[in-house]
Unconditional design. Structure first.
Length: 446
């Protein structure tokens, strides 16, 4: 019989070796699903244990504390224009319900701050700072989501304000419209009549209890689709939202028990106990939102579910091949008068990860071989007529990005033998390719 150490060793050996060596195609459908689920949980736990998600959740807590009152003030102003501003209080109570009576006290204080905030007194500079504080929160969320989705860049500054403010202005209206519509439907005469008919009555009661969870899932789905600066499929976002929303509801029940038994914290921290509990709940909520985003990422890119979390280092040859494939696709679209291609379109066409394709596009753009359009998302065109770009020039540009700067910074002292060897390679490539151009390679009859 194995002891605890032996059992631990067996489990560790399975997770680090056998789990990843099994050929899933040789297993039954049930076994295949079980192995995929365990692999999924393994990489998810690994992401959490590495600490980046927790650090970003902590950062979002700090930003939330700074921007909460301005955010509520802007939302309150928008809702007041529609005459539904009084409904913001019960929504806030639901968000901090796990804190119990302490949550009610926090909401009352927040609303008191919001109602006493006089925007007219702030002036133009104060109003700009107010909006900036609100926008900075959503920007922090985008940066965290971009990390999860391996997106290298955030939205341009011009788009941040337009996109973020549209969410701030339209979001509250949509949320409260959905809540109001739901309440109206539940109070309608038809629904009340159906409640008296079994089993439909019981189903409607169950549905009404699930409505808060469904609203959370819809909110999470919207965040996962809209906030990251990359394409997220609705299906993957919804899967992540179901996991995140369920975790949020479940953790709320657990946290409510924790808050109810936290009288000892009040004895130690006195009046600060409420704030500490509120910050802990904010941290848990943000962490769950990021975990849901991580689930959505791995659902959309199952090929990223692997034992090593280290990014696979591409060989020089494969990087060169991928970059050539990218510019060939873009040049072929140009020659055939097809629409310009985005990074996501290139990724789909080449069956390559979007971040790798993005790196190739950045390299080509930095060498003045591609130009980026002002559309959203950006599309890419060849910078010159493909007939004027020789393959020799193209290879030289791909193989030696920032070569002059690197030589200056590293101060590498070469030798005559190495220089002669490299020159011979370049001459051999030029002799083999001749004057073959990019257009020759992408012509319909090529």
């Amino acid at each position: 019989m194995q002891g605890p150490t032996g059992i631990y060793g067996s489990i560790r050996g399975f997770l680090l070796n056998e789990l990843w060596r099994v050929d899933l195609e040789q297993l039954s459908s049930v076994q295949r699903w079980a192995y995929k689920s365990i692999r999924f949980l393994f990489v998810l736990v690994r992401e959490i244990s590495q600490g980046q998600l927790t650090l970003r959740a902590m950062s979002l807590v700090y930003t939330t504390l700074l921007s909460m009152v301005p955010l509520l003030a802007v939302s309150f102003s928008v809702l007041k224009a529609f005459g539904v501003h009084n409904q913001i209080e019960p929504l806030l109570y639901n968000l901090v319900a796990p804190l119990g009576d302490q949550g009610h006290e926090i909401v009352l204080n927040l609303l008191d701050f919001v109602e006493n905030m006089k925007v007219g007194v702030l002036g133009s500079v104060g109003l700009a700072l107010l909006l900036y504080t609100v926008v900075s929160l959503i920007q922090k969320v985008e940066v965290s989501f971009n990390y999860v989705w391996r997106a290298k860049s955030s939205r341009p500054l011009s788009r941040r304000f337009s996109d973020y403010l549209s969410v701030i202005m339209v979001g509250p209206v949509l949320v409260f419209s959905a809540m109001g519509l739901t309440a109206s439907m539940m109070n309608s005469g038809i629904v009340q009549a159906v409640l008296n008919i079994e089993p439909f009555g019981s189903l409607l009661v169950l549905l009404s209890r699930l409505i808060p969870l469904l609203l959370v899932i819809l909110a999470f789905t919207f965040a996962y689709v809209f906030v990251p600066n990359t394409r997220v499929s609705f299906g993957s976002a919804f899967v992540g939202a179901v996991v995140g929303g369920s975790l949020w509801q479940g953790s709320g029940l657990v946290f409510a028990e924790f808050a109810a038994g936290s009288t000892k914290y009040a004895a130690i921290y006195s009046g600060f106990a409420i704030l500490i509990m509120f910050m802990i709940w904010l941290y848990v909520s943000w962490l769950i939102l990021l975990i849901g985003a991580q689930v959505a990422f791995y659902h959309q890119y199952p090929e990223r579910i692997r034992l090593s979390d280290q990014r696979v280092a591409l060989s020089g040859r494969f990087r060169e091949q991928l970059t050539l494939l990218v510019i060939f696709q873009i040049a072929r679209a140009f020659v055939s008068k097809a629409p310009p291609m985005t990074v996501d379109a290139l990724s789909d066409a080449l069956q390559a990860p979007p971040d790798r394709v993005g790196e190739a596009v950045e390299l080509l753009a930095s060498r003045d071989l591609l130009v980026e359009t002002s559309s959203e998302p950006p599309e890419y065109l060849v910078a010159r007529d493909p007939a004027t770009v020789t393959i020799t020039q193209l290879l030289r540009a791909i193989r030696s990005p920032n070569e002059e700067q690197a030589l200056m910074e590293l101060r590498v002292v070469s030798t005559a033998a190495v220089d002669e060897l490299l020159t011979g390679i370049d001459e051999a490539v030029s002799a083999q390719l001749g004057e073959r151009t990019l257009r020759d390679c992408v012509a319909p009859d090529a």
